[in-house]
Design a protein around this ligand. Structure first.
Ligand code: TYD
Ligand code: MG
Length: 436
């Protein structure tokens, strides 16, 4: 600066070394650390990839094999979804081989014990620390660092150094920053539970996303026992994996074949079409359902559950323009049965067939699945992972699959694949023999 902002005089500023305090903050600008080592990437030692399996198969799948020591995983979900149960089951397994600590700010040890009793033997070795005071938790963890630690929940811990209320953004950030430091310093695998409010306020956990190594959303609804784990961020694995669990009287159980859960009510009904969805390394067969009915409302309703709204609008426009399925004076409801999702563009053709079936009042011929992305011109495009999608259809007694081109994907024996490149042709083929 030519002019001093304090006294207003010109040319009075002199250069001086930065004070020691600001240099001590660690690896700062290059001028502060001339001795910092620059190395070629191929000379850097890889991280020793060591995982601690949590014993909950579906959680391990979403994490990419288990917890990584020295890292923080945030599990967020609405109250009552089963976060405390999940964490307790994971700690029970880890306690078999290492010291596992549960910091509980929401419940008393007696409440934790009554949940543990439902889960059966195996929880006994977990150490429980009922504490909401951050500095005390830090002291305990530093005094005797466990191998694995869970904090239930991050919103209940508060630090003395801040005036703000428990659960406020400043507190939650401070608590998480301390836990990140502890985890790294003592190589502890830390799970933190984050409450998400019913009105969708992901605010608490969301603001931690950049501080933790993985964020896992735990979802489901009150009416069903199925629960879904989805990785929203994962520094140590893919974010495509989902884990499917079922809440039972004796705890959460992994669902090995999710298709069987989602297809519980599937059949040859009007407005139904199966769709082989791909989630991470797993293909899952789900049922797309549609209902169409006359309405006086302008514009008519388009309600999408588990499918993308914009894609639904686009599919309806293509059906109207290229396939003569006109629904301008009809309400259209499309949803995926069982609370599953079909957000991928490959679901377009299944949506189109379910809607057409609902509009005509005629079921598709036989148990039919469909896969294909629909372009604005009415073309059915190829989908990713065609071979895996066909395989899951064949494993669940699907007779026919309407599809865009599948390239050189192997077609399982006994599966009738209707390859069509235009929507009207695909519709004709899927209804062939059903008099429509
Ligand atoms: P909980 O883990 O306390 O949920 P969160 O910590 O996310 O608020 O459990 C939620 C519900 O699960 C509770 O209402 C009771 C039910 N539950 C079972 O059905 N079976 C079980 O074995 C357990 C422990 C809980
Ligand atoms: Mg809880």
């Amino acid at each position: 600066m030519g002019r001093c902002p304090a006294c207003g005089e010109w040319d009075t500023l002199r250069e001086a070394p930065a004070p020691a305090a600001s240099r001590a903050r660690g690896p700062g600008p290059a001028s502060a650390r001339a001795d910092a080592q620059v190395r070629r990437l191929d000379e850097v030692e890889p991280l020793a990839e060591h995982r601690i399996p949590t014993g909950v198969g579906e959680l391990d799948r979403v994490l990419g094999g288990g917890l990584v020591p020295g890292s923080l995983v945030l599990i967020g979900g609405e109250p009552g979804i089963g976060k405390s149960t999940l964490v307790l089951q994971a700690l029970a397994h880890m306690a078999q081989s290492r010291d596992a600590l549960l910091v509980t700010g929401e419940e008393s040890p007696a409440q934790v014990k009554s949940r543990a009793d439902r889960l059966g033997p195996g929880c006994g070795r977990i150490r429980v620390l009922p504490e909401t005071h951050l500095e005390s938790v830090v002291a305990t963890l530093e005094g005797d660092p466990p191998g694995a630690c869970a904090i239930d929940s991050v919103q209940t811990l508060t630090s003395d150094t801040l005036d703000s209320a428990p659960g406020s953004p400043a507190q939650v950030r401070k608590v998480t920053a301390e836990l990140v430091r502890l985890a790294k310093q003592h190589d502890i695998a830390v799970i933190i539970v984050g409450q998400v409010t019913k009105d969708g306020g992901l605010a608490g956990p969301r603001l931690l996303e950049h501080m933790v190594d993985a964020v896992i959303a735990f979802e489901g609804d009150d009416l069903r026992a199925q629960r879904v784990l989805r990785a929203l961020k994962n520094r140590f694995g893919s974010t495509n994996e989902t884990g499917i669990l079922e809440m039972r009287p004796e705890g959460l159980a992994s669902v090995d074949d999710p298709s069987s859960v989602y297809l519980a009510e599937a059949g040859e009904r009007v407005g139904s079409c199966l769709f082989p969805a791909v989630e991470g390394s797993r293909a899952v067969l789900v049922e797309v359902q549609a209902l169409v009915g006359p309405t006086d409302i302008v514009p008519p309703r388009r309600v999408a559950g588990g499918v993308d709204r914009t894609r639904l609008a686009q599919v309806l426009a293509v059906l109207s323009r290229h396939a003569g399925v006109r629904l301008g004076d009809q309400d259209v409801f499309v949803s995926v049965a069982g609370g599953a999702r079909a957000q991928d563009p490959a679901a377009d053709l299944a949506i189109a067939l379910a809607v057409t079936s609902a509009a005509r009042g005629t079921p598709l011929t036989g148990p039919t699945a469909a896969m294909g992305e629909i372009g604005l011109t009415g073309a059915v495009r190829p989908v990713s992972h065609a071979a895996r999608r066909l395989a899951v259809c064949s494993a669940h007694q699907v007779a026919r699959v309407a599809s865009g081109p599948v390239g050189d994907a192997a077609v399982p024996a006994g599966l009738d694949v209707l390859l069509r490149e235009e929507v009207p042709d695909a519709i004709r083929a899927a209804f062939a023999g059903n008099g429509a």
